[in-house]
Design a protein around this ligand. Structure first.
Ligand SMILES: Nc1ncnc2c1ncn2[C@@H]1O[C@H](COP(=O)(O)OP(=O)(O)OP(=O)(O)O)[C@@H](O)[C@H]1O
Length: 200
């Protein structure tokens, strides 16, 4: 039987505390490997803004449609912001594999646990900071956080680090100390000699 798209184009889940450097490293990976990766398109109940197209920026949906999909366990993760629902559906991730691209999911711990319950056959990489002190320095240096949001992120970072120590939580852990070294380690694991984790 031919392997399904998600078996061949296995999604890669990158998690790690906010500020560890996920965006920085992914940006480099996408630049070095254009047309290889993709992000899934999220669902939202908010109205499209001018210029936004259904199925491109978001899958725009009604509240009823959204809640139906929640009831069917169709979402990997979903949340409410400002009165609107947002979510990443399992199908949206599969659609990337159908397009013969590797879907990258940049999600947090609860999302990681949800992905494990699906048939997505994903690979899990955890990006760890060298220490919580260094993470705090980077978050402050980025200049995007208030004191309150910084403290929340650090508390969540502690939880993520504890989870990452559990047997089988992740397939690969990369410590982002020296950026260059971390990039090479992440890239080599993701690319996997051109196999991208597929067994055939
Ligand atoms: N190895 C490194 N050494 C020093 N600074 C780094 C390193 N990697 C990333 N940074 C810096 O740390 C800050 C946080 O990085 P980045 O925004 O990529 O984190 P993130 O994990 O994507 O965070 P979020 O989940 O909040 O989006 C940035 O200012 C980035 O330039």
């Amino acid at each position: 039987m031919a392997p399904s798209a998600v078996q061949k184009f296995r999604p890669v889940v990158i998690s790690g505390p906010s500020g560890t450097g996920k965006s920085t490293l992914l940006k480099r990976l996408f630049a070095e490997y254009p047309d290889t990766f993709g992000f899934s398109i999220s669902h939202t109940t908010r109205a499209p803004r001018a210029g936004e197209k259904d199925g491109r920026e978001y899958n725009f949906t009604t509240k009823e449609g959204f809640l139906d999909l929640v009831a069917q366990n169709g979402f990997i993760e979903h949340a409410q912001f400002g009165g609107n629902h947002y979510g990443t559906s399992v199908q949206a991730v599969k659609n990337i594999a159908e397009k013969e691209r590797i879907c990258i999911l940049d999600i947090e711990m609860e999302g990681v646990k949800q992905v494990k319950k699906t048939d997505l056959n994903a690979r899990f990489l955890f990006l760890a900071p060298p220490s919580l002190e260094e993470l705090e320095k980077r978050l402050r240096g980025r200049g995007t956080e208030t004191e309150d949001s910084l403290q929340k992120r650090l508390a969540q970072a502690h939880n993520e680090l504890e989870y990452s120590k559990q047997e089988g939580a992740h397939d690969k852990i990369v410590v982002n100390d020296d950026l260059e070294k971390a990039y090479v380690e992440l890239r080599d694991w993701v690319v996997d000699g051109g196999r991208f984790g597929a067994s055939q």
